[in-house]
Design a protein around this ligand. Structure first.
Ligand code: BG6
Length: 473
């Protein structure tokens, strides 16, 4: 890489990401309604999302740290049930509404641009109990909530509708690792992905119709899929099908506003294998098509890639939620199985560390949808069991992880990709959905007893990159 190629564009956003439920705390107070996670975590009794990183009270300190460390963009999400406690109440909760005004004002005063997501895994419990996005009511309620937020917060100019529709459906309907999770229901997974994309489309159309300034898009969790053996037809097919499920289905709905024949064939076949069928209403498809050209930006959350082998056995998934390496298993009937590669390192949670996958992904999007001009890496980061030693956290591995992903991002930019920014997951240590607090991603270490923030070595390194707009090698 030449000196010039190691330089970031002058308006590149050096961001960091958070999500309401994972950092705010005050999950059932100040008028906030319940989300499905509340009862689920209570029942499990393993960990609580209260007070998590206490962002509800400590956001001024976190934003001060952003400013101090050159982080000029922050991803935050609005907790839907802080605004509408039951998802669709006649009157919003004024305390919740006021909280986000204060938060956005603080962002402005610190020169940190807020990138705001409307739904980050936290559907209000009342809607969840009715079937979440498998029920039309959630779609209607989401559009109403989105309209309310667009009108209420003109100070926000970067909006994302959903965070990781794929993660929602895979955890709820395939792996069964989230509240009231079902397993191996690919029919429900595809149906919910479609319905959430319709809700997204309706929010995009509302944004357009109301003439709000700024940009709107969606954040997708994307992973590049590779055949374990590129010469084996079965492995190639496994990678293709898994790509449709994880990437192609959602990307087509976003960019094309329709599904290709190949995608529909695959979705219908997998739904039938799971014993169900998909229902796409004509008006849904009209809304997808109408909204597609009004997507201004796309957020890419990239953590890992997958190598697949052909697989004939029964469904067999096991999620590593302990950090005990080698315990993850993902094999789906009709698709394939994920395999480890000895030459590719993995985190303690078995997430494959493959920075080139980010480049391959971005370039694939640029090739398939060349008109798309505003891409962000909205999440990327590495979990580890960080230890505070004599007031410091030496997280060399995280620095290496971020550096290598930025290097591949720069290569994509040099080759014409319109990547406008990068957000480290996460700004500070936060609550992790299946893992609680032993899986840390933050640039800032949080002592969960005292809520003290301590900059890790990665925070100092990232600050230098942001300040110099240059990637050291
Ligand atoms: C992304 C989510 O999928 O990955 C975050 O947007 C999440 O909310 C992050 O925390 C890491 O996942 P986990 O399970 O390791 O916390």
């Amino acid at each position: 890489m030449t000196q010039e190629d190691a330089r970031f564009p002058k308006d590149f956003v050096f961001g960091a990401a958070t999500a309401a439920y994972q950092c705010e705390g005050e999950t059932r107070t100040h008028g906030k309604g319940k989300v499905a996670w509340d009862d689920y975590l209570d029942e499990k009794g393993l960990f609580s999302a209260d007070p998590a990183s206490d962002f509800y009270h400590r956001y001024p300190e976190d934003l001060r740290l952003c400013q101090e460390y050159g982080i000029n963009g922050i991803r935050v999400s609005i907790a839907w049930s802080r605004i509408f406690p039951n998802g669709d109440d006649p009157v919003p909760n004024s305390e919740g509404v006021a909280f986000y005004h204060r938060l956005f004002a603080e962002c402005r005063s610190r020169g940190v641009e807020p990138y705001v997501t409307l739904h980050h895994f936290d559907s209000p419990d009342a809607l969840y109990r009715e079937g979440d996005f498998l029920n039309q009511h959630a779609i209607d309620a989401f559009e109403r909530y989105a309209r309310f937020c667009f009108a209420e917060y003109p100070e926000v100019t970067h909006w994302f509708t959903f965070n990781e529709i794929w993660a929602v459906v895979s955890n709820m309907y395939i792996e069964g690792t989230w509240p009231r999770g079902q397993r191996y229901r690919l029919d429900l997974a595809f149906q919910a992905m479609h319905n959430m994309m319709v809700a997204h489309a309706r929010a995009v159309l509302a944004f357009e119709e109301l003439g709000h300034p700024g940009s709107i898009g969606v954040v997708h969790a994307l992973s590049t899929k590779y055949p374990d053996d590129p010469a084996a037809a079965g492995d190639v097919e496994a990678a293709r099908i898994d790509d449709v499920l994880n990437n192609q289905f959602l990307l087509e709905a976003t960019f094309d506003g329709r599904y290709s024949e190949e995608t529909l064939d695959c979705a219908n076949r997998l739904a039938a294998l799971a014993g169900g069928r998909l229902e796409f209403l004509p008006e849904d498809l009209e809304q997808l098509a109408a909204a597609a050209p009004h997507n201004d930006c796309l957020g890419i959350n990239y953590y890992q890639s997958n190598f697949l082998k052909a697989y004939d056995g029964p469904n067999d998934c096991h999620h590593n939620s302990t950090g005990e390496k080698g315990t993850e298993r993902h094999a789906l009937q009709g698709i394939g199985e994920y395999v480890a590669r000895p030459e590719i390192p993995r985190t303690d949670w078995d997430w494959m560390i493959y920075p080139q996958g980010l480049y391959d992904l971005v370039m694939r999007i640029c090739r398939q949808w060349p008109h798309y001009k505003e891409l962000y890496v909205t999440e990327n980061g590495m979990a580890s069991k960080d230890r505070l030693e004599e007031g410091a956290v030496h997280d060399e591995e995280r620095i290496h992880y971020i550096r290598e992903h930025l290097r591949w991002a720069l290569k994509a930019i040099a080759e014409g990709a319109h990547l406008r920014g990068y957000f480290v997951w996460s700004l500070m240590d936060v609550f992790s959905w299946n893992n609680g607090y032993n899986k840390r991603y933050g640039l800032f270490y949080v002592d969960f007893d005292t809520q003290e923030r301590i900059p890790k070595d990665s925070a100092r390194w990232y600050a230098k990159v942001a300040q110099e707009r240059f990637l050291d090698t």
